[in-house]
Every structure is written in structure tokens, then in C-alpha cells.
Design a protein around this ligand. Structure first.
Ligand SMILES: NC(=O)c1ccc[n+]([C@@H]2O[C@H](COP(=O)([O-])OP(=O)(O)OC[C@H]3O[C@@H](n4cnc5c(N)ncnc54)[C@H](O)[C@@H]3O)[C@@H](O)[C@H]2O)c1
Length: 310
């Protein structure tokens, strides 16, 4: 099987996209740590129920999994998530940083807590699990045991394209995309690859937290028809990225939804103006306006993605 011998942590795997990722990783032979805090979509509360249910489902299907209820926002908790894999299954080969919450507000209404809690789950949580996993893989590499570690982070179109009312979430997601590129560059020499996905799927984060986005996705389809917005459509990309076959894929960002996977590219220059001396600001302005008018900057929005379809 594609993932025989692999041990993968999936954070936020009790529901939605993470649940489907955990099920598919297990189906293809990986042993899985199913982490989930089990709270509300806004980060409130906690429950061990969702993670355990996914573990039960994996075991029922003949796979191996263990539940963990730590919060990814807790640096020591993140260490326990990583240690749970090593203690239970003897090693760690992959981490899927997927846990997420939403607290959408326009900037003039955004509280400090709305900002901090969203940044904590997405950005700090991704950092914390990545940090402990990379420390382990570097130590193993030094001891002559290269584990070919894989980090798969979860970005979002909200961060890559910019979605109003999600400055906290989008800022975290854009940072996660760049974080992935940076950590890949740091860890490649230890056999580790780091990539990111920007999923599009019908989950409670869309249905409950962003009903306008959910409306664009429509209702679930009839049995037997291809459910384009099913979170299960995200999982194959993650399973492949966690495998040895993806060893040469480094620092990439993919949008994924339905039957489509897009290859995204980082910030890159699309035009320039140049002077051999310090610019006069008025002259600079007129030349920049002319450059921008060439239309070299694309303005893809999240609405365009839905219009084009998956
Ligand atoms: N659904 C989409 O279309 C979409 C689009 C772009 C990005 N994403 C991202 O995909 C990921 C999964 O989201 P989803 O749509 O499946 O939502 P979801 O709410 O169904 O799943 C998120 C899970 O993360 C868990 N979680 C939250 N805070 C946690 C914490 N501190 N520690 C551990 N677990 C925690 C929740 O309990 C929940 O089970 C998120 O990072 C989200 O931002 C989703």
C-alpha cells in the first residue's frame, strides 16, 4: 500500500477535512494519530468524542489509530501530540497540520480575542507541531535514521486571494503558506519535505461559520453522483504528499477541491519600474500607474474560483 510503514499525525481530525484525511491515510496503510480538541467552530469548548469516533471508525475498517485531545495552541500539548505517535507506533513520518477555527469580523469590529484565538490555532498550532516534529526528525537523521518526514500544512484561498471579514484567518493562512516554503528550505537536507494545501469543501466551517460560501457550494448531491464539495475529495492529495512517491515535491502550495488540484505560485514580480538614482515620488507614481495599467496584476478572487468551478 502507498503508506505502508508510515505513522502520520493529523490535527483537527475529528471532523470535516481532517477526518477524511485520517480515514484515507489509514486506508492506504498509515498508522494515524487522530488529534482533535473537539470544540465549537469558534474555538469554544472541548470534547474527546470526535477524535475517538474517528479512531473507532479506522479500527472498524481494519486500520490502526490512536486518539489525542491536546490543543495545538499549547506548545507542550503539541509536543505530546508528536510523542503520542512515537510512543504508540514507534516513530513519526508525517504531520498534517489541519486544525482550524473561524471568528469572522470586519476589521473595525474585530476584538483582540478574535484575532489572537484564530492566529493561535492556525499559525501557532502549525508552528508548534512542525517544531516538535522537525526536532525529532533532525535528531533521528543525526543518529543515522533518515525518516523522510512529511509536513502537509493547511492554507486557504482566504489567505492566498484575500477574503473580506477574514483578516485574522487570511493573515494566518497566508503566513502558513510562506512558513511551509521556509521550513521546507530549512529541513530538505534532513530528508523532510513541507508542502501546503488550500482546500475547498463543505464542512461546518463553511456550513455553520460562513453560510455565504456554503450557499455557493449548494446542497449535498444525491447518492451515486459525484459530490464535488465533499471533504473526502481533499484527502487523496494529502495521502500522496505523505508518501515516498512525493519525495521530490518541495515547498509547493496546491488548491484542492472536487476533482481538481491547482498548482499555486508564491508572490512573484509581474512588472517593474527602475531608476538609476533616488526616485522623485511624483515621477515614481506616474511610472507605477503606467506599469499597473498594463494589467499584469491578476485579481483572482474566491468568487472567481467558484464561478470557474472545481
Ligand atoms: N472547508 C473549507 O472549504 C476550507 C477552506 C480553506 C481552508 N480550510 C481549512 O481546513 C482545515 C479543516 O477545516 P474544516 O473545514 O474541516 O473544519 P472543521 O471545523 O470541520 O474541522 C476543524 C477541526 O479542527 C479542530 N480544532 C479546532 N481547534 C483545535 C485545536 N486548538 N487543537 C486541535 N484541534 C482543533 C476542531 O475541533 C475540528 O474538528 C482548517 O484549517 C480550515 O481552515 C477549510
Amino acid at each position: 500500500m502507498l503508506l505502508d510503514g508510515k505513522v502520520v499525525v493529523v490535527t483537527g481530525a475529528g471532523r470535516g477535512i481532517g477526518r477524511e484525511e485520517a480515514l484515507m491515510l489509514a486506508k492506504h496503510g498509515a498508522k494515524v494519530v487522530v488529534n482533535d480538541l473537539g470544540g465549537g467552530f469558534d474555538g469554544s469548548g472541548a470534547s474527546t468524542g470526535p477524535a475517538q469516533e474517528v479512531v473507532d471508525e479506522i479500527k472498524k475498517n481494519g486500520g490502526e489509530a490512536v486518539a489525542n485531545g491536546d490543543s495545538v495552541t499549547d506548545f507542550k500539548g503539541a509536543q505530546r501530540i508528536i510523542e503520542c505517535a512515537i510512543d504508540t507506533f514507534g516513530k513519526l513520518t508525517g504531520v498534517v497540520n489541519n486544525a482550524g477555527i473561524l471568528r469572522d469580523r470586519m476589521i473595525f469590529n474585530m476584538s483582540e480575542e478574535d484575532w489572537d484565538s484564530v492566529i493561535a490555532v492556525h499559525l501557532k498550532g502549525t508552528f508548534a507541531c512542525t517544531r516538535h516534529a522537525c526536532t525529532y526528525w533532525r535528531e533521528q537523521h543525526k543518529a543515522g535514521n533518515q525518516l523522510n518526514g512529511r509536513i502537509i500544512n493547511t492554507a486557504s484561498d482566504s489567505g492566498l486571494l484575500g477574503n473580506p471579514s477574514q483578516s485574522n484567518y487570511g493573515a494566518a493562512k497566508a503566513a502558513i503558506a510562506t512558513f511551509s516554503v521556509i521550513i521546507d528550505r530549512e529541513m530538505a537536507k534532513y530528508g523532510v519535505s513541507v508542502n501546503a494545501i488550500a482546500p475547498v469543501a463543505r464542512t461546518r466551517l463553511t456550513v455553520e461559520a460562513t453560510p455565504a460560501t456554503a450557499a455557493l457550494m449548494g446542497a449535498e448531491v444525491k447518492e451515486g453522483e459525484f459530490d464535488v464539495f465533499s471533504p473526502a475529495n481533499v484527502a487523496p492529495l494529502v495521502a500522496w504528499l505523505a508518501s515516498d512517491d512525493a519525495a521530490d515535491v518541495h515547498g509547493e502550495v496546491f488548491r484542492v477541491g472536487g476533482g481538481t488540484v491547482w498548482c499555486m505560485k508564491q508572490w512573484h514580480s509581474v512588472g517593474k519600474v527602475r531608476s538609476t538614482q533616488t526616485w522623485d515620488p511624483t515621477e515614481l507614481g506616474s511610472q507605477l500607474k503606467a506599469e499597473l495599467a498594463k494589467g499584469a496584476t491578476t485579481k483572482e478572487t474566491m468568487a472567481d474560483v467558484f464561478k470557474e468551478g472545481l
